[in-house]
Design a protein around this ligand. Structure first.
Ligand code: HAM
Length: 419
């Protein structure tokens, strides 16, 4: 037997309706926010991710699935969706459309990480990117979008953590202060932090090791280093969030793991999923479009991890609804099989989901099967039904029956379905 690669998962037929439920709800929220779907390839030129995410980040330095294709090009499976959307925006001159432009995607992502519950090597994101302005109203719209998407899925106990990591100018001063603070204590800190000290010092703030966490608790706060513009932007955003009744906590340790962020950064976090409790992450990235060859453009976005959402929804006992066939058409004997096939074709043409017997089983076995697939109604076609052209529609949950002309079945079921 050949096994599935480590860190990947099948979505089995018994689970796929949960995915449909989540995806449908997210698409509905996207439509409420006037966002349009964008689809980009599963792989891109490696250079795109190196330039946008940054070669000092864990994602680029350790986690990318990179390979040379037969033409000798370096190709990478997308580790996230933001950089590909930025590439597409520039390449397709989407700035010629009316801005702001709101885009969303549902995509697989690939990161070579140590797999554990809620951390996979292939996972899926629902992402949103809003392009075209630097105003804090765009940040509000983006965070509201994520909030409404999560609330719309019925989840509870998710907290919004908010921070500003400033613009490159104020961040430079902050990083100097941060390095001066951490340097004398580096000896006590973990190997990853020692490495990050030079490569990506902001990440020293979000190490999960207890020793590093306690050292980081006394570090200088970015809030004390923001320039006037970044401070005013952040203050306006927090007052907008308050007036929209979106609760948040200010969290100086939210720095995000990707280099393109500027100013606003945020995460939605739950305590119910252990170490992988971040269900959504995002922020502003005003320099990315210029970095990939376009004109400077204000941008803000987020991505929700769908596997984590699914885990949390299951944990919180959220009702996903269920996809089940409406009618199961049974044949008393193989002699009625052709009529059954015609009947399900008429039902399907009327928009009613239906299925029928195809294996020559006994009527008893067909009823058992109808029960297993959770069909709502059962219809038996036998010799007498063929003759009289009258059938009985049986409600399989309460056992009640009603008479119907065979020729009217599709219309009757359509009526029932539409309430
Ligand atoms: P990210 O924080 O790297 O941000 O990922 C977003 C979400 O994807 C995480 O909050 C988490 O729920 C999920 N996720 C990340 N890695 C894994 C994994 N290995 N297994 C399972 N789930 C995972 C981004 O990717 C940015 N592109 C978000 C963004 C969009 N920023 C602006 N626009």
């Amino acid at each position: 037997m050949i096994n599935i690669p480590k860190g990947t998962k099948d979505v089995l037929p018994s689970e796929s309706d949960r995915w449909h439920y989540i995806e449908d709800k997210l698409r509905r929220t996207a439509s409420l926010y006037n966002a349009r779907e964008i689809r980009t390839p599963v792989f891109e030129h490696t250079e795109l991710f190196v330039r946008s995410i940054g070669d000092g980040t864990d994602v680029v330095s350790k986690e990318m699935y990179t390979f040379e294709d037969k033409g000798g090009r370096s190709i990478t499976l997308k580790p996230e969706g933001t950089a590909p959307v930025a590439r597409s925006f520039v390449e397709n001159s989407l700035d010629a459309m009316s801005l702001p432009l709101k885009m969303y995607y549902i995509t697989p992502c690939f990161r070579y990480e140590r797999p554990q519950a809620g951390r996979l090597r292939e996972f899926h994101q629902f992402g949103v990117e809003i392009y075209g302005a630097t105003s804090p109203y765009l940040d509000l719209d983006c965070i509201s979008f994520a909030y409404d998407a999560l609330v719309g899925l019925g989840m509870k106990n998710i907290v919004l953590h908010l921070n500003s990591i400033g613009c490159p100018t104020c961040r430079k001063r902050y990083i100097e202060a941060l390095k001066a603070y951490f340097e004398p204590m580096l000896g006590e800190m973990c190997g990853t932090c020692k490495e990050r000290f030079e490569r990506n010092p902001l990440r020293l703030l979000d190490c999960k090791s207890p020793v590093c966490k306690s050292v980081a608790s006394g570090a200088p706060k970015i809030a004390d280093y923001l320039c006037d513009d970044c401070r005013a932007h952040h203050d306006k955003l927090t007052s907008l969030l308050t007036s929209r009744d979106i609760p948040f906590v200010r969290d100086d340790n939210i720095v995000r793991g990707l280099d393109y962020y500027t100013g606003t950064v945020f995460e939605f976090v739950t305590e119910e999923l252990g170490a992988q409790g971040t269900v959504c992450g995002g922020g502003r990235y005003d320099n990315l479009i210029a970095e990939v060859g376009g004109k400077p453009t204000g941008c803000v976005g987020f991505a929700i991890g769908l596997e984590r959402i699914l885990m949390l929804m299951e944990k919180q006992g959220i009702d996903f609804g269920e996809e089940r066939p409406c009618v199961y058409v049974m044949s008393q004997s193989p002699a009625q099989a052709d009529e059954c096939i015609k009947t399900v074709a008429r039902l399907r043409a009327a928009g009613v989901s239906a299925d029928t017997e195809m294996t020559g089983r006994s009527l008893k076995a067909q009823f058992k099967y109808a029960d297993k697939i959770k069909a709502e109604y059962g219809v038996v076609i036998g010799e007498s039904e063929m003759e009289s052209k009258q059938i009985k529609i049986k409600n399989l949950s309460d056992g009640t029956e009603e008479e119907c002309a065979l020729g009217d079945l599709a219309a009757r079921m359509k009526e029932k379905k539409n309430g």
